[in-house]
Write a protein that binds this ligand. Structure first.
Ligand code: NAP
Length: 318
């Protein structure tokens, strides 16, 4: 079975994380249940979720069904969710994880991430705006938010905690002020944004890196018309032909062989199957370097609307 072959990475707390998972951003509620069921049947054991994706209930239905069918046990699965920006105030963090747990139908998460370093004013909306149409930030400090995340580990609500979209300085502040180091930093990473320096820094601190939008998020609402499509890159296509594989296979191998975790999203059964069919070939060092050389520092998920936020992470070099 494929799941036996998916490599696992050891986190800095000794727990294991499958190096391949299913992404669920932009998976509509009426498609995601079937996608997660298909993924589990095909051998995926890691599902990447978030409160803000608006589909945790429907992901949870699939998990429940596959446990009830006896296909998997809870302990076989690695489920991630993320704290949304309007819940950064320390007093709101536990309630936020409990909401995700309830929606997913779980007693605990394997990993809970601060979705973005940018806190927003708490309230009902996902992004609060003032009368001039500008987002309203919160004055919370990511260190205080992270300390509240540490309490969730102590209470058994999540096995591991980590961050997402954090830059080097922000991670360093967490390391300097907190007691549980982040298990992972989940960041955009694909052949046009290779993230060499940030990855090197994270690895030096024993923090894994989870690559999101590894195909360059072809359906992202944040793409600009001029953004190139990694899945159509001729260099990647050439390498794929040599191996009798497809471009997506090559990109996922490149992620895994860099020691990163990949979380490709798909709601298409055939692609979900394709994306786990990456365990029977290896890219040569020269091919890895050819892909590395495609870097153009093109960021799709740049969260431009938050550019003026005090904690906007992407103004630093890395
Ligand atoms: P992605 O995985 O790079 O690309 C997903 C898109 O590619 C979908 O449109 C999918 O279409 C298509 N696709 C999937 N497999 C394919 C294949 N083998 N061949 C051709 N097309 C394929 O993009 P992403 O969703 O942005 O990133 C992956 C996951 O990372 C997300 O779902 C989410 O879980 C996470 N993420 C996290 C953050 C964060 O801030 N932490 C930000 C973005 C994403 P179909 O679904 O129609 O098959």
């Amino acid at each position: 079975m494929a799941q036996d072959k998916v490599p696992k990475l050891k986190l800095n707390n000794g727990l294991l994380m499958p190096a391949l998972g299913l992404g669920t951003w932009l998976s509509s509620p009426n498609e995601v249940t079937q996608a997660v069921k298909d993924a589990i049947d095909l051998g995926y054991r890691h599902i990447d979720c978030a409160f803000v994706y608006g589909n945790e209930n429907e992901v949870g239905l699939a998990i429940k069904a596959k446990i009830e069918e006896g296909v998997v046990k809870r302990e076989d699965l690695f489920i991630t969710s993320k704290l949304w920006n309007t819940f950064h105030r320390p007093g709101l963090v536990e309630g936020a994880v409990r909401t995700s747990l309830e929606r997913l139908g779980l007693d605990y998460l394997n990993l809970y991430l601060i979705h973005m370093p940018m806190g927003l004013q708490e309230g009902d909306g996902l992004v609060p705006f003032d009368k001039d149409g500008k987002f309203i930030s919160s004055d919370t400090d990511i260190v205080d938010t992270y300390k509240a995340m540490e309490e969730l580990v102590k209470k058994g609500l999540t096995k591991s905690i980590g961050v997402s979209n954090f830059n080097k300085a922000q991670i360093q502040r967490i390391l300097d002020n907190c007691s549980i180091p982040p298990a992972t930093n989940q960041v955009e990473c694909h052949p046009y944004l290779t993230q060499v320096k940030l990855i090197e820094y994270c690895k030096s601190k024993d923090i894994t890196v989870t690559a999101y939008s590894q195909f360059g998020s072809p359906a992202s609402p944040f793409r600009k018309p001029e953004d190139p499509v990694a899945l159509q890159d001729p260099v990647i296509g050439g390498i794929a032909t040599k191996h009798g594989k497809k471009a997506g296979h090559v990109i996922l191998r490149w992620i895994l062989q860099r020691g990163l975790i990949a979380i490709p999203k798909s709601v298409t059964q055939q692609r979900i199957a394709e994306n786990i069919d990456i365990l029977d070939f290896t890219l040569a060092d020269s091919e890895m370097k050819e892909i590395d050389a495609l870097n153009r520092n093109i960021r799709i998920c740049s969260n431009d609307i938050f550019r003026s936020h005090k904690d906007y992470p992407f103004n630093d070099e890395y």
